[in-house]
Design a binder for this molecule. Sequence first.
Ligand code: SAM
Length: 244
Amino acid sequence: MSTPLDKKSTNAQIKERFDNDVERFSNLETGQQAVIDAPLMLDLISDLAPKIVPGARTLLDIGCGAGNNTIKILRSRPGLDCDLLDLSDRMLERAAERVRAEESGEVRTFCGDLRELDLPAGHYDLIVAAAVLHHLRDDEDWLRAFQKIYDLLAPGGALFVSDIFFHDDPQVHAAMWARYGDYLRSLGGEEYRQKVFDYIEAEDSPRGMTFQIELLRRVGFAQVDVLHKNSCFGAYVAIKPKAD
Ligand SMILES: C[S@@+](CC[C@H](N)C(=O)[O-])C[C@H]1O[C@@H](n2cnc3c(N)ncnc32)[C@H](O)[C@@H]1O
């Protein structure tokens, strides 16, 4: 990845791409095709969320897309009040419609950038951020976003992240991304691999899982567990300490 951070896609460009891609994100069985192990990560998060926070009542889905993660979590823990957040109003519309068709509590939508939206502090028992944090840019951006997420969680609440990751060591990085290239080629040939790599280059700025775990600890998360890692995709959970 060689595009400087200030030359990456703007929010308006990101919103436009996702506005036109609602259908692809509305399939619960496949999740997103371009994400290795998307269905497994959906399963892991929805299985663990009610176990890690047994009394959970409130959920925030950051970059909810068409709502897949919220829907899966509601199926293992029905009745949650769900706040859905996304840059794309079309994604949000679809997510709200699909989530309301499940056994949910109150459903609210928040349209905008996760870094800018005003949300209730200490309110959420569960926060999920799937395939969205890779839109954060420099170190400061990541630190502020993690601090904000920590503040939004209730004591004992948990953040679940699944995403695409970079790696610290260049050899590890090259090997993992070559494997991802092979995966994309097996789905749609070289043209598909190039298309996905091109939009990642233009739009995304993923960071390492270890970088993220260090930041999470810095902002106060006491426990962080890696749930999954395969090639450049993975998932983790970070738990806010319970109040004394
Ligand atoms: C790759 S999709 C993932 C959707 C969903 N989480 C899933 O796993 O199916 C990323 C979503 O994040 C949204 N998004 C991107 N940048 C965002 C930002 N800064 N704030 C809020 N949402 C954002 C996009 O509009 C898009 O719907």
